[in-house]
Design a protein around this ligand. Structure first.
Ligand SMILES: [Zn+2]
Length: 256
C-alpha cells in the first residue's frame, strides 16, 4: 500500500468498484438478481460477538454490527439487542471509533463523563466494560493492527432488518459499513445510525468526492419480504434525500 493516504484510498476505492456486487449495481442490474446469484447460505450466520459497523473492523461472519457496538443506543435498546441475540459472548470496541467519539461528545455536553475519563477511547472502553459486566460478556479491543485497511473506504452500508444475514453470505461484496441495528431497534434509531454512517462514508475521512451518481454510495437493505422492502426503501429515501443520486437505496428480500 502507498504511503500517501490519498493514493491508498484511491486504490481501495478501485478495489470496491471492481467487486462483483458493485460493478453489477453500477451497470444498472437489479439488486435482487445479484443477491439471488451471489447468495451463499453455507456461510451461516451465528453471531457471538458485538462489533462496530466500521468497515475497517474485520467482519468475519461471527458478529452482529452496530455503530460503536451499541454505545449510541438507549439502555432499553441495548437490552432488546441482547434478547434478540442470546448467544453473544463478547463485546468489542475499536481504535478511532467515530460512534465512540460522538457518544463521548454527547456525554461531555450532558456532563455525564465518569470521573477520570479524558478521551473518547477511554470513555468507550469504560462503557463496554460496564456492559460486559452487566450481561456477563467478555470484552476485547480491536486495535489498528487488526483493521482490514488503515483508512475508511466503505462503498455503502449493508443494513440487515432480518437478523439472518451477514455480508460474508454475499459473494463478491465490497467493503461496507455493516449494521444489524434494524433487526431489533426502533426505526428512528435505525435512521439516525444510517445517517451517521453515511456522513462518515461521504466525508473527508471516507471516500468523499470519489462518490458520484455513477459510482454511488449504496444502502443495501436485507428484508424478509417485499412489503418490508418497500417500507424501508421509502424510509431511507426520505431520510437521505439531500444526498441526491450519490446515495442509492437498494432493498432486497433474503433468499430462503
Ligand atoms: Zn466504530
Amino acid at each position: 500500500m502507498s504511503e500517501n493516504p490519498h493514493e491508498a484510498v484511491d486504490q481501495l476505492f478501485k478495489k470496491n468498484q471492481s467487486t462483483e456486487v458493485i460493478s453489477r449495481l453500477n451497470h444498472g442490474e437489479n439488486i435482487q438478481d445479484i443477491i439471488n446469484t451471489e447468495f451463499n447460505p453455507e456461510q451461516n450466520f451465528s453471531p457471538e460477538e458485538i462489533e462496530c459497523s466500521d468497515g475497517r473492523c474485520p467482519h468475519h461472519g461471527k458478529e452482529i454490527s452496530v455503530a460503536g457496538s451499541g454505545i449510541l443506543l438507549s439502555e432499553e435498546e441495548f437490552d432488546m439487542m441482547m434478547k434478540k441475540y442470546p448467544d453473544i459472548k463478547v463485546i468489542t470496541t475499536h481504535a478511532d471509533c467515530g460512534a465512540g467519539k460522538l457518544a463521548f461528545a454527547n456525554a461531555q455536553k450532558n456532563e455525564t463523563v465518569p470521573p477520570g475519563i479524558t478521551t473518547a477511547e477511554e470513555f468507550a472502553a469504560d462503557w463496554a466494560k460496564k456492559m460486559a459486566a452487566k450481561y456477563n460478556l467478555s470484552y476485547r479491543h480491536i486495535g489498528v493492527d487488526e483493521f482490514v485497511a488503515p483508512y475508511h473506504h466503505e462503498q455503502g452500508i449493508m443494513v440487515d432488518t432480518t437478523g439472518k444475514i451477514h455480508q460474508k453470505m454475499v459473494n463478491g461484496m465490497s467493503n461496507m459499513f455493516a449494521s444489524h441495528t434494524a433487526s431489533f431497534a426502533h426505526p428512528d434509531n435505525v435512521i439516525a445510525e444510517v445517517q451517521v454512517l453515511t456522513n462518515i462514508g461521504l466525508g473527508d475521512h471516507g471516500l468523499g468526492q470519489r462518490i458520484t451518481d455513477e459510482k454511488p454510495f449504496y444502502i443495501m437493505v436485507a428484508c424478509a419480504d417485499t412489503q418490508k422492502a418497500e417500507q424501508m426503501h421509502e424510509a431511507f429515501s426520505t431520510a437521505l434525500k439531500d444526498h441526491g443520486d450519490n446515495v442509492q437505496i437498494k432493498t432486497f428480500v433474503v433468499p430462503n
